[in-house]
Design a protein around this ligand. Structure first.
Ligand code: NAP
Length: 310
């Protein structure tokens, strides 16, 4: 029996026994709406094969109205765990029985472990970004002055919490809707009350998406991270004016378009080092694998599968 690429909420809830009937049995999935675009099955199945684990990873297309019901049905269908993507990450935090500290702080869960009839929630997005930055630039977040664009979105919040938990040298939260950045700054303030003082400038600030504010902050930054949804389409407006980029600034774009984003093209044009979000995607997946199987993920096999998939 050929394993379909995608299953529905109804498949899981009404016919849970079918998942064990495939070879290898389907025991992991990414749950989303939409979910057909998800790259996770490609590199997670490559990891399962590379480690000789008899299990397959699929997609579950689940609308918000059925998400909680699907979560609760995972144990009976024989699932070991799942990933959760748009738009369910916040609901997943509410839906699990236990969540780790980082998932609670970031307000969302992207990785679930089935433990008997209990569900344990984790979030690997921020730790994945941290590993990607280390791999791309040989630098740790904790040593960097970070300007984060799109701090009010789901990915932006996860990255901001990671920066805060690693006590990065400085964090500037930029968001179109300034109020969201301000609220997040108030929440994260306790992480920045430490002995690591940076002199006259505050270590944590929230600013609007305004050119002059950005110019001032970027002059004192080591890295700018784009976590807005701008840049996914070639027709999108530039995330920030190219004139704000300088050769010493590192540029990380969480967007992972095949051809490279406009932001990264602008960075390359001024001689700045840049990287796209593929590393974050890969590492959040590798961390999820490590959580499910308590062993190192076969990173190079996963990377090869991800690049081949693109
Ligand atoms: P989201 O929750 O919808 O957040 C979108 C963010 O973009 C918000 O901060 C929003 O600001 C901002 N934004 C949207 N349009 C804007 C505009 N015209 N000008 C300025 N800011 C604008 O989306 P998300 O799930 O966080 O995803 C954001 C991006 O991260 C996407 O490109 C996604 O592909 C990428 N991502 C990558 C990974 C990875 O593994 N590499 C993982 C997750 C997400 P407001 O608050 O003002 O609306």
């Amino acid at each position: 029996m050929v394993t379909p690429d995608i299953f529905s909420a109804e498949d899981l809830v009404s016919t849970p026994a079918i998942f064990a009937g495939f070879e290898p049995p389907v025991r992991l999935a990414v749950i989303g709406d939409p979910v057909a675009h998800s790259r996770s099955p490609g590199f997670q199945n490559a990891a399962l094969r590379a480690c000789g684990i008899r299990a397959a990873y699929t997609r579950l297309h689940v609308p918000p109205s059925r998400f909680t019901e699907v979560l609760r049905a995972l144990p009976a269908a024989g699932f070991l765990g799942a990933n959760v993507t748009i738009p369910h990450k916040a609901s997943a935090l509410a839906g699990v029985d236990v969540a780790d500290a980082y998932a609670r702080a970031s307000g969302s869960v992207n990785t679930i472990v089935v433990n008997g009839d209990k569900l344990h929630g984790f979030n690997t997005d921020g730790p994945g970004l941290s590993r990607a930055i280390r791999e791309e630039f040989s630098l740790d977040l904790r040593d960097l002055r970070v300007v984060l664009l799109g701090a009010g979105g789901g990915a932006g919040r996860a990255i901001a919490v990671q920066c805060a938990m690693e006590r990065c040298a400085r964090l500037v939260l930029v968001n179109r809707t300034l109020e969201k950045a301000r609220l997040l700054a108030a929440e994260l303030a306790p992480y920045f009350l430490s002995e690591r003082l940076s002199g006259a400038v505050d270590r944590l600030v929230a600013i609007p998406f305004e050119e002059e504010d950005l110019r001032r902050e970027l002059e004192n930054a080591d890295i700018v991270i784009n976590a807005t949804s701008l840049g996914m389409k070639r027709s999108d407006a530039p995330v920030i004016p190219a004139s704000l980029l300088t050769p010493n600034l590192l540029v990380y774009d969480a967007v992972y378009t095949r051809g490279g984003s406009r932001l990264l093209e602008d960075a390359a044009a001024v001689g700045a080092r840049g990287a796209n979000g593929l590393g974050m995607l890969l590492h959040q997946g590798a961390l999820a694998f490590e959580i499910w199987f308590n062993r190192p993920a076969p990173l190079e096999e996963m990377r090869r599968a991800l690049l081949a998939d693109l």
